[in-house]
Design a protein around this ligand. Sequence first.
Ligand code: MF3
Ligand code: CO
Length: 248
Amino acid sequence: MITVKNSREIELMRESCRIAKETLEFVGKRIRAGMTTKEVDELVYKYITSCGAYPSELGYEGYPASSCVSVNEVVVHGVPSDRIILDGDIVSVDIVAEKNGYHGDCARTYLIGNVSEEKKRLVKVTEECFFKAVEGLRAGVPLYDIGYAVQTHAEANGYGVVRELTGHGIGKSMHEDPSVPNYGKRGTGMRLKAGMTICIEPMINMGTRRVFVDNSDGWTVVTADGKPAAHYENTVLIKEDGVEILTL
Ligand code: MF3
Ligand code: CO
């Protein structure tokens, strides 16, 4: 179901999104080589609960942790484990905070220590894909213009755009309609409405766009060629005259 939020709900979304954004600021200052992905998850749990909020991913369809911590070839949904983060890794941390019944969702890909130029470029282009997608975005714009912008920029840089996972609406549920793909045909799809809150989250692979799910945990999404992937996500409010990026 697509929901349009009223001004009271938008205030509550702002609050949850502020907590989500601050959580990643907290993590960003502490993540480093030598830590395990589980230790990153503990930081997330600690910060979100200290705000009187709940880490919505914990228990979501049986998901076992408060965050997704995805290293190098892991695209998204990396289940926190004893994997040690190494110098030169890129690590995406994706979290959702719920307060007063509303969810805020964001992800960043962190550069750990001495990262190769080609990985740095992947992370930079992935962030740029998000900003290209919100450029000119406002009520009335067709939904698939978002994916068109992401895909055009990623492919112009020689990267693969993941198809199996998409952005999404968000509000009282972590995942609401519509689904927000990172590829698509310009000028198609529903027209966005003021008051919609959606997550725009490019998932970009250095090599092939093909991915598979690791059978050992049923969650971890890995690139088919083992090359690195990056992820960047914000919750965005659609307004008559533009957007408000709630998790920046
Ligand atoms: N935060 C993710 C998203 O962007 C959702 C992760 S689902 C989980 O949609 F179960 F893995 F946590
Ligand atoms: Co997310």
